[in-house]
Design a protein around this ligand. Structure first.
Ligand SMILES: [Zn+2]
Ligand SMILES: [Zn+2]
Ligand SMILES: [Zn+2]
Length: 498
C-alpha cells in the first residue's frame, strides 16, 4: 500500500507514541478503509464484521469521549491507474485473478455497516470521489481538519499535513505515531514534490514496479542530488525525456577517450620524470610540480568528473526512458496533484451531531449482539464524556451530582464525578443509569459546571487535613473497574430487557 519503502524513509521524522489526548478539541479525519484493514487484516472481510464493528465502536467512542472530533472518510471509485494494484491485492487475498471492479463493491458493504454505527453516534461520514486519503489530505490542506488517521503515506503525496498512524493502547491511554509535512521537510528535506518523485521512482499503488533497480537508497540519493543542484525533483523528472544537456553528457561519456599517462605527483598529463626536469604546464612550473593546484583539464579527466557528478542521474534516467508507458506517467502525477478530483465540502458537513440513542442501541444489538443492558453498560460512560465535550448544557442526558475525587490522566488534572440521568423520558423504566462515575478533565468540568467545582474546592479547603487522607482519596478513585463493578451489581438487580 502506498509508495514502496516510504515509511522506512519517513520514520526518522516521526514523533513516536504521542498520547491522543493531545488531540482534544481538534477535528481529525479517519481513513475508514485503513481502520477496517487494521481491525480485520484485510479489506471487506467476509465473516469478520463482528471484529471490525467491535473495534470500531471502542476506538471511536474512546476518541470522541476524550474530546476528539472525528470525521470518517470513505473510499470512492478507485482511480483507473490503480487497477493493477487492486488485482494484486485481490489475488493475494482470495486467489482470484478475475477482473476487478474499481467501484470496490466489497469495501462498500463493510463501509455501510460501519457508517450505520457511526451515524448513530452522530459522527459525520463523507464520501471521497476517489481515494479516501486524497480527500483526507484535501480537508487537511484546506484547514477543515487538523490531521488524519491513516496508514497510507500517499496522504503526503496528496499534500496532507499531519498524519497519525500505528494507534496503540497503553493501559487506558491511546497513543499514535505522528508525522507532519513540516517535520518531514525539516528533518529529511523532503517536500510534496520530492515524495511524489520518490513515488514515481520507487513504485506506488499506481505503478507497482517503479524504475527498475531503484530502491530507497538510490531514490533518496537522486532526490538529494537534485536538491544540491537547486532543482525541483518532480520538474526534473518531468523534463528528463526532453533534456538535451543530459543527452549530450550521456553521448560524451559513451565516446571512448584514449587514456594517456598521468604524472604520479600532480596527476596532470605527462610523466613525473619529465615534470621533475621540465615542469608541468598545468601546474605552471618550469621544474617540478605543484600537486593539488589545479584539476587536470584533459578529456579523460573531465569525463571522469562528469561521470562522478552525473552517473546516478544518467543511469536511472536511461532505465526510466526505456519504460512503458513513458516515464513519468503523467496520469500518476495528475492523480496526486489535482485537488479537483475531491469535491467541495463545507465545514458544517464535518460537525458532530447528537447521538441517536435508540438507533444506536438497535445497531449495537444487530452488529455486536449486545442486549440493551450490555449496550448501556458500554455507552453510558461514553455518552457522559461526549456530552461534556459538546457545546452547552442543553438537552443533556446526564448531569453531575457530586465530585468524588481528583485524579490525573496523562498529566492532565481530572475529577472523578458521579452522574445522574436528567431526561426521565429517555430512560423510562430504566433506573440503572444512576450514580455512574466518570472521569472528566477539571478544565472542562469547570467550564460546564463552575458552581459544582467551586463548591468542591471550598469543601476541600474546609476539611481538616488528615495524614492519611491523600492516600485514601487516591485509593477511592475508581477507574473502569468500579464502573464495571457498578454495572455488574446493577445488572443482577435489574431487568434491562425492554
Ligand atoms: Zn607532475
Ligand atoms: Zn602538474
Ligand atoms: Zn588528465
Amino acid at each position: 500500500m502506498g509508495v514502496h519503502g516510504l515509511w522506512e524513509i519517513l520514520s526518522p521524522a516521526s514523533e513516536v507514541s504521542v498520547p491522543l489526548t493531545t488531540l482534544r478539541g481538534q477535528t481529525v479525519a479517519v481513513d475508514l478503509s485503513a481502520w477496517i484493514m487494521e481491525f480485520t487484516g484485510v479489506a471487506a472481510p467476509p465473516g469478520k464484521h463482528y471484529l471490525m464493528n467491535r473495534s470500531l465502536f471502542y476506538r471511536t467512542t474512546s476518541l470522541l469521549g476524550m474530546g476528539v472530533k472525528l470525521v470518517f472518510v470513505l473510499d470512492g471509485r478507485a482511480p483507473d491507474i490503480k487497477e493493477a494494484a487492486l488485482l494484486d491485492r485481490q489475488e493475494a487475498q482470495t486467489g482470484s485473478t478475475a477482473s476487478v471492479n474499481l467501484d470496490r463493491p466489497g469495501l462498500k458493504v463493510a463501509n455501510s455497516q460501519c457508517v450505520e454505527m457511526l451515524r448513530c453516534l452522530g459522527v459525520p461520514c463523507i464520501q471521497s470521489p476517489g481515494e479516501a486519503e486524497a480527500m483526507c489530505a484535501y480537508l487537511n490542506k484546506a484547514g477543515l481538519v487538523n490531521g488524519c488517521f491513516t496508514e497510507d503515506g500517499d496522504f503526503f503525496l496528496y499534500g496532507g499535513k499531519t498524519l497519525y498512524k500505528n494507534i496503540q493502547k497503553n493501559g487506558k491511554t491511546y497513543m499514535a505515531d505522528k508525522y507532519t509535512d513540516v517535520s518531514i521537510d525539516n528533518k529529511l528535506g523532503l517536500g510534496q514534490n520530492d515524495l511524489l518523485a520518490l513515488g514515481l521512482l520507487l513504485g506506488c499503488d499506481y505503478d507497482k514496479e517503479g524504475v527498475r533497480g531503484v530502491g530507497t537508497k538510490k531514490g533518496l540519493d537522486l532526490v538529494k542530488h537534485f536538491k544540491d543542484k537547486g532543482l525541483d525533483a518532480l520538474d526534473r523528472l518531468k523534463g528528463w525525456a526532453a533534456n538535451k544537456t543530459l543527452d549530450e553528457l550521456e553521448q560524451r561519456l559513451a565516446t571512448p577517450v584514449k587514456a594517456n599517462s598521468h604524472c604520479t605527483l600532480c596527476s596532470h598529463l605527462g610523466k613525473s620524470t619529465s615534470h621533475t626536469r621540465l615542469g608541468c604546464t598545468v601546474c605552471e612550473t618550469d621544474t617540478g610540480c605543484q600537486p593539488g593546484s589545479k584539476l587536470c583539464p584533459c578529456q579523460a579527466c573531465l569525463n571522469k568528473l562528469i561521470e562522478h557528478e552525473n552517473k546516478l542521474e544518467l543511469t536511472i534516467r536511461r532505465k526510466a526512458l526505456d519504460m512503458k508507458p513513458a516515464f513519468p506517467n503523467m496520469k500518476i502525477v495528475q492523480e496526486f496533484t489535482m485537488g479537483t478530483r475531491t469535491c467541495m465540502v463545507t465545514s458544517s458537513a464535518l460537525e458532530l451531531s447528537n447521538v441517536h440513542f435508540e438507533n444506536l442501541i438497535k445497531c449495537l444489538n444487530s452488529t455486536l449482539r449486545w442486549d440493551r443492558a450490555e449496550a448501556l453498560k458500554n455507552i453510558v460512560p461514553f455518552l457522559i464524556q461526549y456530552e461534556m465535550h459538546r457545546n452547552g448544557n442543553e438537552g443533556k442526558m446526564f448531569s453531575p451530582t457530586r465530585i468524588v475525587g481528583k485524579c490525573k490522566d496523562n498529566h492532565t488534572s481530572c475529577l472523578e464525578v458521579e452522574w445522574d440521568k436528567t431526561d426521565v423520558n429517555t430512560w423510562a423504566g430504566e433506573s440503572h443509569a444512576t450514580g455512574v462515575k466518570v472521569k472528566v478533565t477539571r478544565e472542562l468540568l469547570t467550564l460546564r459546571y463552575p458552581a459544582l467545582v467551586e463548591k468542591y474546592e471550598e469543601d476541600q479547603v474546609k476539611r481538616p487535613p488528615k495524614g492519611s487522607r491523600k492516600g485514601k482519596i487516591t485509593a477511592e478513585i475508581p477507574g473502569q473497574t468500579t464502573l464495571h463493578q457498578f454495572f455488574a451489581i446493577k445488572k443482577k438487580k435489574l431487568d434491562f430487557s425492554s
